[in-house]
Ligand binder design. Structure first.
Ligand code: ATP
Ligand code: ZN
Ligand code: MG
Length: 403
């Protein structure tokens, strides 16, 4: 390891091998999970070295060793997959992209950002969020006669474990903690907060975690409800799910929230049925993008797995083309165009069928797939592409959003 002290709190380190922009982006995003002493790790433009930005210089050797081990596993990711683009839509609106939409919506009083990855909204933002959700639900009803549903925001750890979430995204889990059922401990907590200036949290040994978690992927709570089903063809379900991911310091505006909403479609049944639903989902996404008149692309993608499982799973996903992402251009705070993932179309093979005892009538584990649309990211994208002047918006949308 060639470390060299540059400016205080920043240490340069060689990459174990040169990485491309995509891997560099993943490294920066995942670097918030490396050590409490590390603020972030930034890869150099040529992908050959990185800068570790430290919050704390104590135990520097051990911290840098951890950073080097992290970079070692991340650099093993095979990069430069061939990205297949299924379609691209072009908007008719000729106005410029609106910069810094997050602040613009806050200034207009339509969005309140609590600062910890949660937002409140009203007015045109609320109306647009509802319209995106309802339009997608309408398309799923029309195309697949999908059954409406409602699922809880909490999920138990046994379900999450069966879904493979602890094994693939352990950093993103949020556990629920409750006070121990102890008269003295509860009274101590109450007294500490009675007339106190700020909130006082109870000591850790007065809190128990019994495995309830906040749901981190919209489709998970559906699978336990399908246990014992035997499909001759298949079935579609759709609902609005509330999703929670611990994104740590990556939290930013409507783009990367702790708590967000996803319009979900789950399809389950035989191999033929599931593949047919997936194939028919592609033009539906195109129809949705055209309805809102936005530039958008649908292309192959991989999941942002935790570092140690990244390489193998990403390779498998890319090779099988099991994840497609809806990428929509927006402007970041500096006015640079970035493509954000506003939804994904996923095939899971028979993974959930096996784990949750769902079969076809011939006794094979059922196949499943899902489509998840991130509502707040769509809101950000539509406002970015049409701005605040109602005249630039497509008529069918304008009359529902602006009074
Ligand atoms: P990313 O690569 O941006 O972290 P992802 O690939 O993990 O996203 P999926 O697991 O496919 O996302 O989730 C479905 C959709 O949910 C995403 O396409 C996106 O629109 C939305 N989404 C995911 N994470 C967030 C978040 N932290 N804040 C807001 N929306 C999100
Ligand atoms: Zn899903
Ligand atoms: Mg992604």
């Amino acid at each position: 390891m060639n470390t060299q002290l540059t400016v205080p709190m920043k240490v340069a380190i060689d990459m174990p091998r040169q990485v491309d922009d995509e891997v560099a982006g993943d490294i920066e995003k995942e670097s918030v999970f490396v050590s409490p002493a590390i603020d972030r790790i930034v890869v150099s433009e040529d992908g050959k070295s990185a800068t570790v930005v430290l919050k704390d210089r104590r135990n520097l050797d051990a911290v840098m060793d951890k950073a080097a081990r992290f970079l070692d596993v991340m650099a093993k990711q095979v990069s430069g997959y061939e990205i297949k683009v299924f379609f691209e839509t072009k908007r008719k609106d000729e106005g410029p992209y609106q910069r810094d939409v997050n602040s613009g919506l806050v200034e207009r009083g339509w969005l309140h950002d609590y600062g910890k990855g949660q937002v409140a909204y009203n007015g045109p933002v609320l109306k647009l969020a509802r319209l995106i959700n309802e339009k997608a639900a309408e398309l799923y009803k029309r195309e697949y006669d999908a059954t409406d549903g409602h699922f809880p925001a909490l999920v138990d750890s046994e379900t999450l474990h069966k879904c493979g979430y602890f094994d693939s995204h352990p950093n993103a889990v949020t556990f629920i903690g409750n006070m121990v059922e102890d008269f003295d401990a509860i009274e101590e907590f109450r007294a500490a907060n009675s007339c106190s200036e700020g909130a006082h949290m109870p000591p850790q040994d007065h809190v128990h975690m019994d495995g309830m978690c906040l749901n981190p992927a919209a489709c998970f709570p559906a699978y336990p409800t399908l246990k014992g089903k035997r499909y001759q063809t298949g079935e579609c379900f759709t609902w609005m799910g509330r999703v929670f991911r611990y994104e740590s310091r990556n939290i930013s505006g409507l783009d990367r929230l702790f708590e967000f909403n996803v319009r979900e479609l789950v399809f389950v049944g035989t191999d033929d049925y599931v593949k047919d639903v997936r194939n028919r989902a592609l033009p539906l996404v195109e129809e949705l993008a055209s309805f809102f008149d936005i530039d958008c692309k649908l292309q192959t993608a991989t999941d942002p797995f935790f570092a140690t499982v990244s390489a193998a799973k990403k390779f498998w996903q890319a090779a099988q083309e099991v994840k497609n992402e809806i990428k929509i251009p927006v402007l970041d705070a500096d006015g640079k165009t970035t493509n954000i993932a506003c939804g994904s179309i996923n095939l899971h093979g028979n993974f959930f069928g096996e784990r949750f005892d769902i079969e076809d009538t011939e006794g094979n584990a059922a196949m499943t797939g899902c489509v998840g649309l991130g509502i707040e990211r769509w809101v950000l994208a539509v406002f970015t592409q049409h701005g605040y002047d109602p005249d630039r918006w497509p008529e069918a949308v304008r009359e529902k959003i602006f009074d």
